[in-house]
Design a binder for this molecule. Sequence first.
Ligand code: FPP
Length: 246
Amino acid sequence: MEKQDYSEEYLKTLNIPEHVAVIMDGNGRWAEAKGEPRTYGHTVGSEVVEEMVEIASDLGIKFFTVYAFSTENWKRSEGEVSVLFFLFSVYLKKLIDKSKKNNVRCRIIGDKTMLDDELNAVIDELEDSTKDNTGLTFLIAINYGGRDEITRAVKKVFGEVKKGDLSIDDITEDVLTDHLDTKDIPDPDLLIRTGGEQRISNFLLWQCAYSEFYYCDTCWPDFDRDELIKAVEWYNKRDRRFGGVK
Ligand code: FPP
């Protein structure tokens, strides 16, 4: 894509979505097209994640969520899974210091019980050391599945009913929302999927009920600031009615 020269004045005219979520697809294909192993795409992809957090924050996005590993991604080869988890570990450790400097609050969503103790310790340190930061909130979905998240939320709610802390009549959408991994996080306004596919792939199923979906052919390792602004420009043309009539 030809580089655009977006002026600060122009960017100020845009309605910036509060929460942007991304399905970072196309790493493997991008690498294979270059004659490289798929994991090279993930390595470059993790560098793009790092850049995007800063770019999203500069643009005024308040919540930024990336889909790093789904509950279905365990089906990949052992080699690919282990490279991905190596990258998560390196990246999250780096994020501890970086987020302190950038005032970024980090949260990991997904079923963490399947992650090893070492990674869980890094996650705890990252979440704890950044919890009072007031800038961008950055959510990373690891071993995340929308159906799994809803199932876990239902189990938690049922546990409270069983204990007598909650009655069935008190179960509302808000109660369910408060038992999801994304508790206290507003729903995504804009969901971006790179890599040319047009499906939700079990990502934030509950939360995306009224999100605007933007698809682009660019593979994640090539995604950049211009691409993000293009998605925001597209979002600005949407007429959000949330089921109502204007
Ligand atoms: C989908 O592309 C991508 C993934 C399953 C992994 C995403 C991970 C990263 C971008 C790197 C690490 C992330 C962090 C947060 C450090 P694919 O490989 O399925 O693409 P394909 O459709 O071309 O095969």
